[in-house]
Write a new protein. Structure first.
Length: 249
């Protein structure tokens, strides 16, 4: 009995790893999350048992229940795949599941996945780093806002790109704190909804307009100078000023 914690990539099946596809094809049981694309489910062994453990607001699957279920299923089967969107350990609570399995003495392997944090911007044509515009990228969750565990004001840095996952609900507060921390209210932003699916949608604006945008989950918010680029016209979009900044950078 081995449980494979598998990253499914951001959406359509052709963005998952060959190792993930091979495991799906021979799994006996697959437990999957809410954001898994139907094209990925099509790769699952046709005789495998499929268990939807997606957490929905007000739903019955708490993380503890999922951990217990994983342990119970693993005790009865040789090859169990726990399929998680994007990369299994980036805000996927994969770490907690790994610990629960380890405590129960169950072998566990982790298969990395293409994370939405980097691929959703890229699919929108936005490079998260770009010479002369952004020297790094910070990935954070906007979900902790209510408990104010993240002080977005301290993340205000015009030299870096900020990528926010689970940030739609608290987007107004996030923008407010960033501007309070010194980030220019006119900093470019982009919101990529349902990246790598047929419903992918890209909205671009500036930071002080973030709260009013008509956007919904699942979505990645990109904040920073790169957010106005799209790789087809990145140099044109920069304008002359940006171009000279680039050559100096
Ligand atoms: N482990 C996942 C992230 C899980 S948290 C990963 O590495 O991608 C769930 C959040 O991820 C969503 O609220 C959203 O912010 C983001 N997300 C996941 N899939 C997405 C997609 N296809 N398009 C846009 N955002 C996505």
């Amino acid at each position: 009995m081995t449980v494979y914690l598998v990253g499914a990539g951001p959406g359509s099946a052709d963005l998952l790893t060959l190792r993930a596809a091979a495991l799906l094809a021979r799994a006996e049981v697959v437990l999957y999350d809410r954001l898994i694309d139907p094209s990925v489910i099509e790769l699952v062994n046709p005789i495998a048992e499929l268990i939807d453990v997606g957490k929905r607001p007000g739903g019955s699957h708490t993380q503890d229940l999922i951990n217990d279920l994983l342990v119970a299923v693993a005790a009865r089967h040789e090859t169990v795949v726990r399929l998680k969107g994007g990369d299994p350990f980036l805000f996927g609570r994969g770490g907690e599941e790994y610990e629960a399995l380890a405590r129960a003495g169950i072998a566990c392997e982790v298969i990395p996945g293409v994370t939405s944090a980097l691929s959703a911007p890229l699919l929108a044509g936005i490079p998260v780093t770009h010479r002369g515009l952004s020297h790094g990228v910070t990935v954070v969750t906007g979900h902790a806002m209510a408990g104010s565990q993240i002080d977005f004001g301290r993340l205000a840095n015009a030299d870096l790109t900020l990528v926010v996952l689970m940030g739609i609900e608290h987007r107004g507060e996030i923008a407010h704190q960033l501007i309070g921390g010194g980030l220019d209210p006119k900093t470019p932003i982009a919101v990529i909804e349902q990246a790598a699916t047929e419903s992918q949608r890209i909205t671009r604006d500036v930071l002080d307009q973030l709260w009013g945008l008509d956007v919904a989950n699942p979505a990645v918010i990109v904040i920073g100078a790169v957010a106005r680029l799209s790789h087809t016209d990145s140099l044109l979009a920069l304008g002359e000023q940006g171009l000279s900044a680039l050559t100096e950078g």
